[in-house]
Design a protein around this ligand. Sequence first.
Ligand SMILES: Nc1nc2c(ncn2[C@@H]2O[C@H](COP(=O)(O)OP(=O)(O)OP(=O)(O)O)[C@@H](O)[C@H]2O)c(=O)[nH]1
Length: 359
Amino acid sequence: MLQQKIPATVITGFLGAGKTTIIRNMLMNAGGKKIALIINEFGDLGVDGEVLKGCGADNCTEDDIIELTNGCICCTVADDFVPTMQRLLERDERPDHIVIETSGLALPQPLVAAFNWPDIRTRVTVDGVVTVVDSAAVAAGRFADDHDRVDAMREQDASLDHDSPLEELFEDQLTCADLIVLNKTDLLDGEGIAAVRSEVAGRINRRPTLVEARNGEVPAIVLLGLGAGSEADIENRKSHHELEHEAAHASGEGHDHLHHHDHDEFESFALRLPAISDPAAFVERLRSVIEAHDILRLKGFVDVPGKPMRLVVQAVGSRIDTYFDRPWAAGEKRETRLVVIGLHEWDFAAVVDAVEKAA
Ligand SMILES: Nc1nc2c(ncn2[C@@H]2O[C@H](COP(=O)(O)OP(=O)(O)OP(=O)(O)O)[C@@H](O)[C@H]2O)c(=O)[nH]1
């Protein structure tokens, strides 16, 4: 009997936009749907998988959460994503829906294109690409490059190919969307939200649906069941990188002058720190370090002596949330582990030193 294709939703969006929060919420209101999750994260600490396992949803158990940890999903499609998907599809119990969370630095295009592979195409389809936007970061100009400054620099050095990596990635993720979630609207007023809406709409040629959300609260019925079949439309969603290649081919130029794939411009490292007895003071010191070094994202777990629970720390720019998520398990080593993500041009030694001193 011909089985129906399993719908797969791709959740993308820049570092800290709220992808994991939206998925956690969705798991809680997905009705009886059996969900399989594929999670990819930049930085090797696996915080998102831990957070999602910690929410204990019946319709998505630990077995249904698969972490891809060998680098960014858009670069490891053939080696990592496709085999993982094949194994998932071989399971006796088919999921009703597959949800894939990309890393915050991933280009969704290569992932969506993988759904056209012969072995995958017959069994799964992309139900929709959901791009999550940190509305507060957009309003603060995080993704807006200073074009006048770059143009002036180019005048002095014609070889400079210096589009902002953040801006390009932001646009590539928007370009691929079927649904854009303007998240974190709780941090803006009506005027701010309207400005974000028009900025987002102004950066794309396609017209995906826009919805607003606070704390990642988007009903499962809005997220799942878009029925977009996005893999068939991938030609209309090209990234800057793909368009540059095409332009270079068309003009007969070589590729040498093209800059590399976007997330070569980002770097992460994981740190183990001592136990933290005063988390509030630690957070204040971290805030200063984040601001001084322009850390894009910091997250992880903190061992607070005397507390039975594990403290989660989540920083997106200098906005820092902390909460106790679950008790340390019996036999689990209590420790403070953080992953820190920033731009490649960083002075690493200085950043490591500053975070260590904050502990
Ligand atoms: N104020 C506010 N904070 C939010 C909202 N949604 C998420 N957050 C917080 O933003 C931080 C990052 O959220 P995540 O869901 O982990 O973001 P992510 O996109 O999965 O992050 P990466 O996987 O690292 O790219 C957490 O501290 C969340 O609690 C929101 O709507 N409003």
